[in-house]
Design a protein around this ligand. Structure first.
Ligand code: DGJ
Length: 743
């Protein structure tokens, strides 16, 4: 059992292979948080929590004359303001009597095997080899009878704890949740912690920022109805001295695709508190007697071995515990060409066949027909919502087009943007009340489109039926599911006036139901997510999509930063990345090497390419397959930071048995007459010899120790933007023989 309850000490110790999380039923039945860190034995860590008479920090009434017990200074598992704890908090509930009190005390708990699941929200599942145990611990306000059950699933071997909260209205009147967080994490000492987040913007998603905690509330949030380009629902808290290889780091990834919030406060006594969950802005959720409300889950991890180790934990978990699609592990994903940057809306069936024929020579295995194939859609001003084939463009019909593509030996993929509607569409003309628009006002337009009220059942049913009809009409192998605007005008014509605070969250729940009805019912189709690039790239989406289009920005040098930032949470196999015509000064080979740090494909007009370029692409497509296992399943190491002034940007993937590796180096700058530079490998076996090859030529045979501590000397007399792919393979010949490096 990874969860140990000590009934005499009233402690719960949640153990993963490398971590322990401890909580305790403490004074007056408040649930205290005692510890999250490196694994320890089953001991009671209450000695860590000291108590003092703190001025202006009140004491619960039933602590009587005891002035040292204040919730304002005690570490807790779930927090509320109305009991004298003035820090950021986990729950704000308006009770049936209008009051805002919630005084949650322990009432019960249960421990069981397997992970928890949530009503209508995605969660992680147990892989075949996993040991997973769950603790459900319930606190209750004895007056309102509102209960909160804290859920903890411990994925022992994976070093992940999944948390969430479930509110149950045990009273006899309607309550209203104004804030309900998935998690509360208290740190007894937070002054040496840095906050790491992934801010960005459209076209520049998931850049990285690291800042020290100071005495105020740090907010990382999206209020855009999608997890957003501007922030990602992931943060890490790391010791100030933590590096890639050393030091403590805590990771928190929220499995939610709508407006979210992470707040971190360094309090007056240098304690830190983190809360994370649904954004409480424009949120107000009524819960009727006997009803429950579930928060989304958070995946949290801890390591004292640095940020790389934290990323590896997430990469392993995302690859094995979120998505059961056969395209995660068992079926190789094909090299694809997408028509968007090749043709935009300007294509027909003949053009698609021409692109497919030309792309075959590039080693492409699948053509994806992007936006523009349906309804009346010649630009982005019309047609969304009309999910039937535009027969002026696809004259032979979809079934026949796919057949012809298949006859060329290619697979076929298709694009949808289900959640949106154009005012110039049959759908809007038939159902103007299905959009989110506040009565008496006009909805905000964005890309000249409106948002469907996806929280509404009829809308969900229409989407499931109309998208499935297309998917079932032809031999479709792949779907790109897009969304191209943020969500505004929170209003549903299906809800009453006092239920409008539910709209934003209901949208997300509705979306998951639609995806269940389309994606989960088509296990043989590979689904990629997209939100004008990476605007809704999150761990909840990865339970549906095996990969996510990282960014509409296909400039290779920008992608170096994008991949670097994203890699803190997301593995290579989830990051959609294509070679395009952007940045003509960068050679195709280099663009391909960078796209191989993602799922690899092309975004260009194959019919316009020169023979030489076609040959170059073919070679790169072959390399993608050659290194597929390393890149998709290996351990990923960031070897240099592209946000710093570096001449070389480098990363490495190492096979799980550590007998093979691929080191990619891109020269982003060449200093005239500069020093010799070296890239030091990571993750190799110290006393194992490796053959270091480039372009099939052995450069040297060297030990793991030499490669990790001496490194690889990178040639200087070269062109800028050259890519070096160094392939390392273990060899038994430790005779020190040297290849072409020997001088
Ligand atoms: C935004 C996506 O990111 C692009 O790749 C493309 O699919 C367009 N939408 C189509 O409208």
């Amino acid at each position: 059992m990874s969860i140990v309850y000590n009934s005499s000490k009233k402690t719960f110790s949640l153990h993963t292979a490398g971590t322990t999380y401890q909580l305790k039923i403490g004074n007056l039945n408040y649930v205290k948080h005692l510890y999250y860190g490196a694994r320890i034995p089953d001991e009671d860590l209450i000695y860590l929590v000291r108590r003092y008479d703190r001025g202006f920090s009140g004491n619960p009434y039933d602590s009587l004359k005891e002035r040292t017990f204040s919730l304002d200074a005690q570490p807790q598992e779930f927090t509320t303001q109305q009991q004298g704890d003035f820090r950021i908090n986990s729950i704000e509930v308006q009770n049936a009597d209008g009051s805002f009190s919630f005084n949650g005390r322990y009432v019960s708990h249960q421990i069981y095997k397997g992970p928890f699941t949530l009503h209508g929200l995605p969660t992680a599942f147990a892989d075949e080899q996993d040991t997973v145990d769950t603790l459900e611990l319930t606190i209750e306000d004895s007056v309102s009878k509102v209960q909160v059950t804290l859920l903890y699933s411990v994925f022992e071997e994976k070093n992940i704890i999944m948390r969430a909260a479930r509110v149950r209205n045990g009273g006899d009147g309607r309550i209203s949740l104004k804030r309900i967080m998935s998690l509360n994490m208290d740190y007894l000492n937070g002054k040496d912690l840095d906050l790491i987040s992934l801010p960005g913007r459209y076209g520049q998603e998931r850049q990285i920022e690291r800042q020290p905690l100071t005495h105020h509330v740090h907010k990382i949030r999206s209020g855009r109805g999608i997890s957003s380009h501007q922030q990602n629902p992931f943060i890490a808290l790391a010791e100030r001295t933590a590096t890639e290889d050393y030091g403590s780091a805590y990771g928190f990834a929220l499995m939610y695709s709508g407006s979210f919030l992470a707040e971190v406060e360094l309090d007056q006594y240098d304690q830190a508190r983190l809360v994370m969950g649904i954004n409480d802005r424009l949120f107000s959720y009524p819960v009727d007697p006997g009803q429950e409300f579930d928060t989304p889950a958070v995946l949290m991890t801890y390591t004292h071995k640095g940020l790389t180790k934290m990323s590896h934990t997430y990469h392993n978990f995302i690859r094995s515990n979120l998505n059961r699609s056969k395209f995660v592990r068992d079926v190789r994903r094909p090299v694809l060409i997408n028509t968007w940057e090749a043709a935009f809306f300007n294509f027909d069936d003949e053009k698609l066949i021409e692109i497919a024929k030309a792309a075959k020579g590039m080693g492409v295995e699948m053509i994806v027909m992007d936006d523009g194939w349906f309804g009346k859609r010649d630009d982005d001003n019309s047609g969304l919502g009309d999910w039937y084939v535009n027969e002026k463009k696809i004259k032979c019909g979809l079934t026949e087009l796919v057949r012809q593509i298949n006859d060329l030996g290619m697979k076929f993929g298709i694009w949808f943007e289900p959640e949106m509607v154009s005012e110039d569409s049959d759908l809007f003309r038939a159902h103007p009340d299905w959009v989110m628009e506040i009565p008496g006002r006009h909805a905000v337009r964005s890309r000249n489109q409106l948002v469907l009220d996806v929280g509404r059942k009829e809308v969900q049913d229409y989407l499931i039926e109309s998208v499935n009809r297309i998917l079932d009409s032809a031999n479709i192998y792949y779907v790109k599911w897009d969304i191209n605007r943020a969500i505004t005008d929170l209003w549903s014509n299906a809800l009453t006036a006092d239920e409008q605070g539910e709209v934003s969250h209901r949208y997300v729940l509705g979306l998951y139901r639609v995806m269940d009805g389309i994606i989960k019912t088509h296990p043989d189709i590979m689904f990629e997510g997209c939100a004008g690039g990476g605007g809704r790239f999150d761990t909840a989406m990865l339970t549906y999509f095996v990969q996510y289009w990282s960014s509409d920005n296909t400039k290779p040098l920008d992608n170096l930063k994008l991949h670097y930032g994203s890699s803190f949470l997301y593995p290579v196999c989830t990051m959609g990345a294509h070679v395009s015509e952007a940045s003509p000064m960068v050679p195709f080979e280099t663009k391909a090497a960078i796209a191989m740090c993602g799922t690899f494909g092309y975004e260009l007009d194959a019919t316009k390419m020169k023979k030489k370029e076609i040959r170059a692409c073919k070679k790169m497509s072959e390399l993608y397959h050659k290194y597929y296992d390393l890149n998709f399943f290996g351990d990923y190491y960031r070897l240099s930071n592209p946000f710093e002034q570096v001449n070389l940007v480098a990363w490495e993937t190492v096979s799980k048995d550590r007998l093979e590796a691929l080191v990619t180096v891109i020269t982003v700058n060449l200093t005239v007459n500069g020093p010799q530079e070296y890239i030091k490998c990571k993750g190799l076996i110290a006393d194992q010899y490796y053959q270091l090859e480039r372009d099939g030529i052995c450069l040297v045979t060297a030990s793991g120790m030499a490669l990790m501590h001496g490194g690889i000397p990178i040639p200087r007399e070269i062109l800028e933007f050259t890519a070096f792919l160094y392939h390392l393979k273990a060899t038994s010949t430790g005779d020190g023989s040297h290849g072409s490096f020997d001088e």
